[in-house]
Design a protein around this ligand. Structure first.
Ligand code: F0G
Length: 457
């Protein structure tokens, strides 16, 4: 058999520049040890996020030229509408400028103080929007997700028993939606099985509550269903996607991931009434209902991206690159959330930096070390991100301290993956010498990780 190769070739490139360790030491200090504060030119390989950082295709760029910028009723809106109906099966939608804006429009309509929204590791902006409205995001992820070395195929699943306990405990009026995130970003880009989606949906129906699928990486999730779940191996990605969403009432979408655009999102509904209720907040915060937060050209590129992003060959190329990086780390014995996720490798920082106390932010410390080593920028998924408890204001220390290395779509080559792995190995080899982390000098009351300022402990 021949070796595997990418299902694309490259017709436009962007220069990136290496730096010296001295330069990086100066820059990270100036950035107050917050990787978000670095200039992108100070970064060689940028793995901060896979969101909006992918490479659009020739067909997507061509679609930009065909965009209709009419204020109301633009052709681009109808193109997006038809694509969402055909591929995802939702009749109603509102375009928004990105995923969190979709959450804002939806939750402004749905959530009231004291409500409960169970989910599988809500993403940070989702949780932020819930807690900002004095509602509660209850985590019902399966316990196995917290054991980074355990290899199971669907580690992103929601625990139906935990969910049912919540649904039993509170009246349905207090539960505006169950939020199922596919793939489960926070747990490591881990997929949710079709069986789990079906079970969660059945519970939602039984207790009369909405099922909202947070869909940022739905296509990657479908790839894992096809390659790991019995009965789906001969279905196309588009067939699997259709089935996944057949169980949902609402979807929120950050199109910056699996629709492979640089900006954009939407919220889609099966129910016409709810769509109408949400229109007011869309008009107030985003824009008129046929463009929301988006330009016509961007709606065109998004529609094209949804089509490309649900093709098997594209997904295989994408996910095999993440697996390739995982396999390199295996070679070096570096622990990460197993198996490799759809969009990222999540390095288990607690298992690497065993001498750094949790109060000094273990995963953040590893992220800074990797940047100093080779100009590679990951992101902390640990206690800085976990924020303070909204009630007690105490720091929350999650079970896992992870350094996420998110791989942008169609952007880097496997040579870059080799450099990332080698740089991590260098840090790993000197892990015993790293025993001090960082302390916070400045933070916001909510979602502090974006702007937090730190200094060496
Ligand atoms: N839901 C999930 C699962 C996400 O991963 C994100 C964003 C959002 C919602 C919000 O979407 O950024 O378009 O407003 N995740 C990015 C990340 C930022 O780096 O994981 P957005």
């Amino acid at each position: 058999e021949l070796p595997f190769a990418e299902s694309f070739r490259i017709k436009m490139v962007e220069t990136i520049r290496k730096s010296t360790r001295e330069e990086r030491e100066k820059w990270i200090k100036e950035a107050k040890y917050n990787l978000f504060n670095l200039k992108s030119d100070q970064v060689f390989i940028d793995l901060l996020t896979d969101s909006g950082t992918g490479a659009m295709s020739d067909k997507q760029w061509a679609e930009l030229m065909l965009g209709d910028e009419s204020y109301a009723g633009a052709r681009s809106y109808y193109k997006m509408k038809n694509t969402i109906r055909e591929i995802l099966g939702f009749d109603y939608f509102l375009p928004t400028h990105q995923g969190r804006a979709a959450e804002n429009v939806l939750y402004s309509t749905l959530i009231k103080e004291g409500d409960i929204l169970p989910g599988n590791s809500h993403f940070d902006t989702t949780k932020g929007h819930i807690e900002f409205r004095k509602a509660i995001a209850l985590d019902c992820t399966i316990d196995e997700a917290a054991d980074t070395q355990l290899e199971i195929p669907f580690k992103g699943n929601m625990d139906p028993a935990k969910l049912e306990a919540v649904l039993k405990k509170y009246p349905k009026e207090k539960i505006p939606a169950v939020v199922l995130t596919v793939t489960n970003n926070t747990a490591g880009g881990q997929p949710v099985s079709m069986q789990n989606i079906r079970e969660v949906s059945a519970l939602c129906k039984k207790y009369g509550v909405n099922l909202q699928i947070d869909s940022a990486r739905f296509a990657e999730n479908a790839y894992f269903i096809k390659t790991r779940e019995k009965g789906y191996e001969h279905k196309t990605i588009k067939e699997i996607v259709k089935e996944m969403f057949s169980y949902a009432d609402i979807m929120t979408m950050s199109s910056k991931k699996d629709a492979i655009v640089n900006m954009g999102g939407f919220v889609a509904f099966k129910n016409e009434e709810l769509w109408k209720k949400c229109q007011m907040f869309c008009i107030m915060n985003e824009g008129f209902i046929t463009y929301g937060g988006m330009s016509g050209r961007d709606m065109n590129a998004l529609a094209q991206g949804l089509d490309e992003g649900t093709e098997f060959e594209y997904l295989e190329t994408r996910i095999r690159q993440v697996e390739y990086l995982g396999a390199k780390l295996d070679e070096y014995g570096i622990p990460y959330q197993r198996p490799a996720g759809g969009h990222a490798i999540f390095v288990d920082a607690k298992k690497v930096l065993t001498h750094v106390p949790k109060e000094e932010f273990i995963a953040q410390t590893l992220g800074i070390e990797l940047y100093l080593e080779a100009g590679i920028r990951g992101v902390e998924i640990g206690s800085i991100l976990a924020d303070r408890d909204p009630v007690t204001r105490e720091n929350r220390y999650p079970k896992l301290e992870l350094l996420r290395l998110a791989i942008p779509r169609r952007t880097y080559t496997n040579n870059h993956m080799d450099v990332i792995a080698a740089a991590l190995k260098n840090v790993f080899d000197r892990r015993e010498q790293i025993d001090r982390g960082y302390v916070i000098t400045k933070e916001f009351p909510i979602m502090r990780h974006f702007t937090v300022e730190l200094e060496p402990a």
